[in-house]
Every structure is written in structure tokens, then in C-alpha cells.
Design a protein around this ligand. Structure first.
Ligand SMILES: [Zn+2]
Length: 108
């Protein structure tokens, strides 16, 4: 797994540096960890799910929904779709969002 080394402006001092975590550059992250002050810089929330927009992605999501309705395990769904389990997790998030939006549409 490759690690991102994006250059950022550090959230604590504003100086540029390699991003480590929590919006901190590596030297500041190490300093805050040593001082026990990392909790001043909260972890970033996970990214919001992005529903597929392309035809292939929509077909895959529809197939995912069909497999979920058959109560298959995530590992089996991954095998059936020919994707990794992380991709199945992404489909699950997109599917949950889609169902929530449909439920809102019916309620409105
Ligand atoms: Zn800093």
C-alpha cells in the first residue's frame, strides 16, 4: 500500500511540509505525539460515499443490490462481482445512500 506524501500547509503552524496525519506535517505530528497533544488535532472524518455515475458503475451497484438481497457474505459478493472487498464496502456505502435518498423521496 503506497502512502500519500502530499505537501500541505500544516494546520498548527501553517508551514509547508509532507502530510503525516490529522492535517499536520511530519515534524509537527511527531512533536505533538511526543508532547501528548495530538488530540488537539482531530482525525478527519471519512469521505462521503460517491455513488457511481458511469453506466458500468450503475450496473455494478444494481448487481450488488441483487446479491445483498440474497444475503450473501461480503467476501462472496466480492467474488461474484470480481472486485476486492474494499470495493464491496464502497458499493455498500453507495447503496445505503441510494436507499436513504429513495426513502426520503417517498416520504416527501
Ligand atoms: Zn505545524
Amino acid at each position: 500500500m503506497s502512502r500519500s506524501t502530499a505537501t500541505i500547509a500544516c494546520v498548527c503552524c501553517g508551514k509547508p511540509g509532507q502530510h503525516n496525519a490529522r492535517g499536520l506535517r511530519t515534524s509537527c505530528y511527531d512533536r505533538h505525539r511526543a508532547k501528548g497533544t495530538l488530540d488537539r488535532y482531530p482525525r478527519r472524518p471519512p469521505a462521503a460515499p460517491r455513488p457511481p455515475k458511469e453506466p458500468h458503475g450503475k450496473r455494478m451497484l444494481a448487481r450488488y443490490a441483487e446479491l445483498v438481497s440474497r444475503r450473501l457474505s461480503p467476501a462472496r459478493i466480492a467474488w461474484e462481482l470480481g472486485v476486492g472487498e474494499r470495493t464491496v464496502q464502497r458499493y455498500a456505502a453507495a447503496y445505503a445512500l441510494q436507499r436513504a435518498e429513495q426513502a426520503q423521496g417517498r416520504a416527501a
